[in-house]
Write a protein that binds this ligand. Structure first.
Ligand SMILES: Nc1ncnc2c1ncn2[C@@H]1O[C@H](COP(=O)(O)OP(=O)(O)OP(=O)(O)O)[C@@H](O)[C@H]1O
Ligand SMILES: O=P(O)(O)OC[C@H]1O[C@H](OP(=O)(O)OP(=O)(O)O)[C@H](O)[C@@H]1O
Ligand SMILES: [Mg+2]
Length: 284
């Protein structure tokens, strides 16, 4: 029995999806220009598809699992459950209007023509806010629509905001925050579920490792207690004697969120020779 996963064939999610599988220790061969491949060392078959089609394939059970943006998952409104948020492909679905125009809340969209590739989500947003507007569905280059007279406003994905800026638009409403997620079919057998659990266990270890750094430092023994109190570690920091008497080597794990603050405090407390090393996998 093999687990079948659908990932994007090319585009924004392709590289990160392949990279994640590789970091999970899954050997992919013949990835380039293939529509289908198998892993050498994990019972996994990989289908390369347009991202728009992934929710449908997972609902139908043509693929057991898939990697897709939440934006696409919710737009397609298919029955597939989110197993894990993956932390890449972060963007938001927003309404943007010409920069020179006034915006006085969602009622400003009344009667407007909205260009979007997300008609379902935009419709839902308009209905929720009691706004009547005309949706023009287009499949790409949405941000040029106001400039060429195709629509008054747009609803499209935003990340850095540079596409909006280049097209003289400003963001006025956020409809959805999105990132890539692992989704699964709702009717999997016990064996398939076991394989998913195995994969998710590895994904979590990779995600956790990315979020943390291994830190080594030298501490004078008379400052050891203060330095240790600054360090969380997985259980508690490791302390080893140095060859030079009166000094110890302290090892610990720091989360990226608090990393720089703690480094500053460690230095102030007398730590020397601080080394920071990336962690490849982290299992707790
Ligand atoms: N600017 C961005 N920054 C980060 N993530 C993004 C950005 N734009 C899109 N994404 C995410 O990446 C997904 C894929 O984007 P991409 O532009 O490759 O889609 P596409 O052109 O529809 O591809 P396909 O050919 O597979 O249909 C989007 O659905 C979204 O989840
Ligand atoms: O806020 P930004 O960082 O500028 O990113 C937003 C742009 O990125 C996406 O398009 P993409 O570049 O993937 O091209 P596409 O429209 O051909 O999918 C999205 O559709 C926006 O146009
Ligand atoms: Mg697409």
């Amino acid at each position: 029995m093999k687990l079948r996963i659908a990932i994007q064939k090319s585009g924004r999610l392709y590289e990160d999806s392949v990279q994640l599988l590789k970091e999970c220790g899954i050997d992919l061969r013949n990835v380039k220009d293939r529509l289908k491949t198998e892993a050498d060392n994990f019972p996994l078959e990989i289908f390369f598809l347009r991202d728009d089609d992934i929710p449908q394939y997972v609902e139908d059970g043509v693929a057991d699992i898939g990697i897709v943006g939440e934006n696409v998952l919710y737009e397609k409104n298919k029955k597939a459950a989110i197993v894990e948020k993956l932390g890449f492909g972060k963007c938001r679905l927003s309404v943007a209007i010409p920069r020179i125009q006034q915006y006085e809340g969602v009622q400003s969209l009344q009667g407007k023509r909205i260009a979007t590739s997300y008609p379902f989500l935009v419709n839902e947003f308009l209905a929720k806010n009691n706004v009547q507007a005309e949706i023009h569905e287009i499949s790409g280059s949405v941000e040029i629509a106001p400039g060429i007279g195709l629509a008054d406003v747009v609803a499209d994905l935003v990340s850095s905001g540079s596409t909006l800026l280049m097209n003289g638009l400003k963001e006025v409403e956020v409809l959805l925050q999105s990132q890539a997620v692992l989704i699964r079919n709702n009717n999997l057998n016990a064996e398939q579920q076991k394989l998913i659990e195995k994969l998710v266990f590895r994904i979590r270890a990779v995600k956790k490792a990315k979020h943390n750094k291994y830190i080594l430092l030298n501490a004078p023994n008379n400052k050891l207690q203060e330095i240790i109190s600054l360090l969380p570690g997985m259980k508690s920091p490791t302390v080893l004697p140095l060859a030079e008497t009166g000094w110890s080597s302290v090892h610990s794990v720091l989360s990226e969120d608090t990393f720089w603050d703690i480094i500053e405090q460690l230095k102030a407390a007398g730590a020397e020779g601080i080394l920071v090393v990336p962690i490849e996998k982290m299992i707790i």
